[in-house]
Design a protein around this ligand. Structure first.
Ligand code: SF4
Length: 194
């Protein structure tokens, strides 16, 4: 229990800062606790998750949990295991071309940065180029995926976006599925089983 952290999470859950920018009521999605073993940071919840309020219940989530991590929902949604955050806690809506809008910077600056200061995690997982850019602004995204990285001295694994739309990247980088994800899975399982 940490009263300051609990207040921060309650404030995030009530946050409506982006309502005008989105044009609809924001639904902050956040799951985890101060002792979660793994902090996972992605870009933003999808339209599906905006409605279910449960992160990674879409096609991307199925690939991430069942194919890549090879863990069940009880393990993934156990807040002692994963702190599931994103650069934007809310689904940001679509732009005029029908693409998901960029995560609003204010969410990371206002909330996520502060959350991370409290959590006693063992490792970080960053999902997608936008999350990686925030923590490793100068690095090449593909290089980050294929090596172990560190944030504040803690092991940091970088993953490509698991979206089914990311077909070309997987075609161009077969070594991710053939070897890198196997190494990453072992690391994650070791952390979860400690
Ligand atoms: S995206 Fe972040 S800052 Fe914007 S309304 Fe949601 S919780 Fe608040």
């Amino acid at each position: 229990m940490n009263k300051e952290f609990d207040k921060l999470i309650n404030d995030i859950k009530k946050c409506k800062i982006c309502q005008n920018r989105f044009g609809f009521e924001p639904h902050p999605v956040i799951l985890g606790n101060i002792n979660s073993k793994i902090v996972q940071i992605s870009q933003a919840p999808s339209a599906t998750v905006h409605n279910t309020l449960k992160p990674f219940t879409d096609m991307s989530g199925k690939r991430l949990k069942y194919d890549w991590y090879q863990i069940d929902d009880n393990t993934f949604y156990n807040p002692d295991n994963f702190y599931i955050a994103a650069l934007s806690h809310c689904y940001p809506g679509k732009d005029k071309n029908g693409n998901d809008r960029m995560p609003p910077k204010i969410c990371y600056e206002n909330w996520v940065k502060k959350e991370l200061e409290y959590i006693n995690n063992k490792i970080y997982i960053l999902i997608g180029a936008k999350a990686a850019k925030v923590f490793f602004p100068e690095a090449n995204f593909n290089d980050l995926i294929f090596k172990n990285n560190y944030i504040n001295g803690k092991l940091t694994l970088v993953l490509p976006h698991p979206s089914p739309l990311n077909i070309k990247w997987f075609k161009d980088h077969p070594e991710f599925i053939n070897s890198r994800i196997i190494e990453i899975r072992k690391i994650i399982n070791n952390v979860l089983n400690k």
